[in-house]
Ligand binder design. Structure first.
Ligand SMILES: *Cc1c(COP(=O)(O)O)cnc(C)c1O
Length: 221
């Protein structure tokens, strides 16, 4: 089914929208099947899971970190990942910058926006994003490529729309600023239940797991 699912999604996505296959809990064999069917970017939530799949698949796919990065995993993360979508503090940005300098890499990153302003959730609050971006733009081994948001989880995808709209507004605001080490290009929003709404609101990168691989164990259907 993975092959058919991927082909259908790739066929239906509008031009200019990049698919990230969200692979948490999936086996390397499942991920390989998705890559063979045309998924070019794999999104992983955990460095350790990524490492396992990376050993099998290597550079036949690009790797995006879409879960929070702990500082003690930064060294491994900068070796594996082609993009880190979840930068939300100067502290983690500095660690990535430092680790990248050692291996001579410039890491493309997205700034994660906590568009729902949920206390326990990752991401920077919308009103603090610009200041964070200005600070991170001083780090020469990081390149800010855009924004990512999850938004609150809703049963009805339509309820996500205002959070996508708000993130898009920040995206449009930082685009013309011409900050150093910033090239605003990607707006990563939307998952299986919400990606169509996200695209309507300007997403050009969508992170899809369930629709590719089927329901995860333990998920409510
Ligand atoms: C799991 C996950 C997704 C994909 O979720 P699905 O509902 O399975 O499509 C997207 N983004 C992030 C950050 C995730 O953790």
């Amino acid at each position: 089914m993975i092959k058919e699912n991927v082909e259908k999604i790739l066929c239906e996505l509008p031009e200019g929208v990049t698919l990230v296959g969200a692979a948490k809990t999936r086996t390397a064999a499942e991920i390989q099947e998705a890559v063979d069917a045309g998924v070019k970017i794999i999104g992983e939530n955990y460095v350790q899971e990524a490492e396992r799949a990376f050993k099998v698949i290597g550079r036949r796919a690009k790797w995006h970190l879409i879960g929070p990065l702990q500082r003690n995993k930064a060294k491994k993360a900068v070796e594996i990942f082609d993009m880190i979508e979840t930068v939300d503090s100067v502290r983690i940005a500095r660690e990535i910058d430092k680790r990248c300098r050692v291996i001579g890499k410039i890491m493309p990153v997205l700034i994660e926006i906590n568009s729902g302003r949920e206390e326990q959730k990752a991401g920077i609050f919308p009103e603090d994003a610009l200041e964070l971006i200005r600070e991170i733009s001083g780090l020469s081994n990081i390149k800010i490529m855009g924004l990512m948001t999850m938004g609150p989880r809703f049963g009805n995808p339509e309820d996500s729309r205002p959070y996508f709209v708000e993130t898009r507004k920040i995206f449009e605001k930082i685009k013309p600023l011409n900050l150093p080490n910033v090239k605003v290009q990607y707006l990563s929003m939307g998952m299986t239940n919400s990606y169509k709404i996200a695209i309507e609101e300007g997403a050009n990168m969508v992170r899809i797991g369930t629709l590719i691989f089927g329901p995860r164990e333990g998920d409510q259907i």
